[in-house]
Design a protein around this ligand. Sequence first.
Ligand code: PEP
Length: 259
Amino acid sequence: MARDKKLIIGNWKMNLGVHEASLYLHKLAEVVKVHRGVDVVIAPTVLAIQTLSLQVNYRQFKLAAQNFYWRDHGAFTGEVSASQLRGIVQYGLVGHSERRHVFQETDKDTRAKVQAAIRNGIRPILCIGETASEKAMNETNDALYDQLIGGLANVTSEELESVVIAYEPVWAIGTGNNAVPLDVAKAVRTIRHHLRHLYGTKAASAVQVIYGGSVTEHSAADYLSLPDIDGLLIGGASLDARAFAAIVEKAHNQEKVKR
Ligand code: PEP
């Protein structure tokens, strides 16, 4: 997958029911412009995915699952599989810090979900990031390495092309305490260094790496202007249509500067 486009992903988390989500998408569609250099992805609650898939203009937005189970079928009450989401969503979040820390998902779960996504033609967005205590103890580098190894263990260099890595420091998510852009740039360089070590230069440099953690329309450009960052994962601010559209415009402006 080429890195010639910015990727802006809105994670609605457990907000908006089916009807609200549909109304909100309608509103979003009016304010978010389609730009050739920007892919805009929406991750609604699983309940709304089907409805939104019938409503969405896939030229304007792609859809992502916030979560899914790694088995394709079977006796797994309450779960939704990547094979059931196939053809409806183009992306799937994997290893989001809320999955890891609230639902105790392990690297083993993450690895299996990355595989399930790839097997079903869904691009996994593998979320990795250090906790506040790892940061305080200067362990960011190791935490990123462990989570990359943990999530990508069975991924080949050909498959790596479809994977997106989201650098999301746990302490920055939903806290209003966003990371300093230069620190993000450093972490992204570290991620690429690890990917090079695991997959070689060519495969590593083709991977889209994005940042997430309390980004707003006011801070978005500071990240998007960093050369190694290919986009943003937006939680809270994606629930404000005007703010989300403004972030998409910032991504477009950055792409224009590059061209
Ligand atoms: C997220 O959910 O991945 C996220 C980055 O949330 P927020 O923007 O609210 O910190």
